[in-house]
Design a protein around this ligand. Sequence first.
Ligand SMILES: [Zn+2]
Length: 545
Amino acid sequence: MVSTPPPRRRSLSRLALAFVAALGLAACQEEPEPLPRFDLILAGGTVVDGTGAPGRVADVGILDRRIHTVGDLSEAESDERMDVSGSTVVPGFIDMHSHAELSEDYGRDGRPFLHQGITTVVMGVDGGGTHEVGARLREWADSGIGVNALTYVGHGHVRETVMGMDDRPPTPDEMETMKGMVRQAMEEGALGLSSGLFYTPGYYASTEEVIELGVVAAEWPDAIYDTHDRDLGATYQGVGYDASVQEGIRIGAESGLRVIFSHFNPQGATNYGRADDGARMIEAARQRGVEVVAAQHPYTATQSNLRSYALPRWAAAGGQEAVARRFSRPDTARILQVQIMESLALRGGAEKILFGDPDPRLNGKTLAQVAAEWGLSVPRTVERILRENGNASVMNLDLYDAENTRLLATMPWMMTCTDGRTPAEGQNVVHPRVYGAFPRKMRLYALDGTDISVAFAVRSMSGLAADFLRLHDRGYVRPGYRADVAVLDLDEYRSTASYENPHQYAHGVRHLLVNGGFAIRDGEFLDGTLGMPLRKDGSPVTPGG
Ligand SMILES: [Zn+2]
C-alpha cells in the first residue's frame, strides 16, 4: 500500500479520502499518483512512526531531503535502495533538555547525541539561554552543526546581564530592560522562557518576577516555559519539592505559557518513592487546562557545579569576589563551614559528589577523596576550589531514585532528554548521560524491562516532543516530513558509557539521516554539519541568513 501523495497536496487529498470513506464509495477513490524516482529508499524495515502505534513493515522513500512515501515501494525506482529489513526505522529523536556545546569546536558536530539517534536538541535551558537568539542561530548556521537546534531565552541569563549576581528585586528600569531582552529573543525565534530558579542568580528572583517576564514571552503564540525547579527536593533552605512544582505550574498558568518540567524527578533520599506525588500535581494542572509536560533521563546521578550543590544561596550573592570575602571573615566562615556540610548532607554527603571537572587534581575523584588528599576538612576543600577555580563541574551520585524514574517513564506526558553537556578536553570522568540517555531509557524500560512498549518509548523521544514544540515537519516518519530518520538495530541499541569510563558512543544506530543526509551510515560517523538551527516556528536559519 502506498500512503502518499506529494507534500503540497497532502491535506487536500486527505480531505478527499475522508469524504470518500464517509460515503462508503471506496471505488471512486482517485488513481494513485505515479511514484517519483526517489533519492533513497530504506527498504523493508519495521517503521515505528512516532505516533505510539506499533511498528509495521514498510519502505520509506526519501526525495529532496524529505520523507515522501511510507509504504510498499518494491516497484519504485531510486538512486539508492538500502535493505534495512530486520531493523527498526524511527523518527530522529528530540532531546528536550540539552547542553550540547554547539558553539565550541569540540561540540559542534554533536557526535555523542547523533550516535544515540538524536537529530534535534533543545538548548538555552536552566535559565541559561542568550537573549541574542538571532545571532546565536546565525552563528550555528555559519559554523555548521551536527543536529537541529532550538533555543529558549534564559531568565537567569537575562537577570545576570542586567543585575549581576545581586540578591534583590529588580528596579522598574531593570525590569523593563529584562523585558526588552525577552522580547528581542522571542522576535528572533526563541521557543519561550527557561528558568533555573535552583541556580543563582535565578534563585534571587520572586515567582512574580518570572511571571512578569513570562507574560512578555506569552505574546507569541504557543510559547513555552521550561523550568529547572527552585527545589527539586535537595535544595538547602529550599521551599520543598511540592511547593516548587506548584511554583512552576503557577508561572505557566499566570503568564500564559505552556510548561515543561526539565529532568522531572524528585531529588534526595527523603524523596525516594515520591514520584507519584509530582505526577499527580502535573495531572491535576492538565485537568485544569494548563498544558504541562515533563522530560526525563534515566540516571540516578545529576551533574551541575560545586557552588550550586555546596554553597548556601546567600553566600553566592554578589559573585566571585563577594564569595571570597565571606570566606575571609572568621564569623561568616564559621557559619559557612556548618552550612556547607548541611547542604551536602541533603545530597548524601561528600562521598556522593564526584568531580567531572577538567582540573586533573579533581577529575574522577569524590569531594571526600579530594579533601582527604589535601588534608583539609570538606568545607575548607570546597572553599579552596571555589577560590582557585571559581567553580567546578560535579556529579551528585544516587540523587534520584531509580524506581521514581521508572514510574515516571510510563506517564503519557513524559518526554526524554539527555541533560548532557558535551565534554571538553580533560573531562575524562563525566556524566555518561551525554552518550547514553536515550538508549539507556529504551533498554531499561522497553527492551529489557516491560514498563513501556518500544512504540511508547519512541513516541516519548520523538512525536510527543515535536507536538509540544509545535514542529510541524519533524518528529514522525510521515510523508512530507523532513528526513530526520534513524535506523536502529534494537538488539544492539544500548549505551556502554559508565561513570568510570564515559567516553563511549552508543551502539545500535545503524544509519542516521539528518535533514536527508547521512550523519551515520553503517554505524560509521560521516557528517557533523547536517543540522539546522531552527526558529520557534520550525523555520531553518540558513548560512548568512
Ligand atoms: Zn537543569
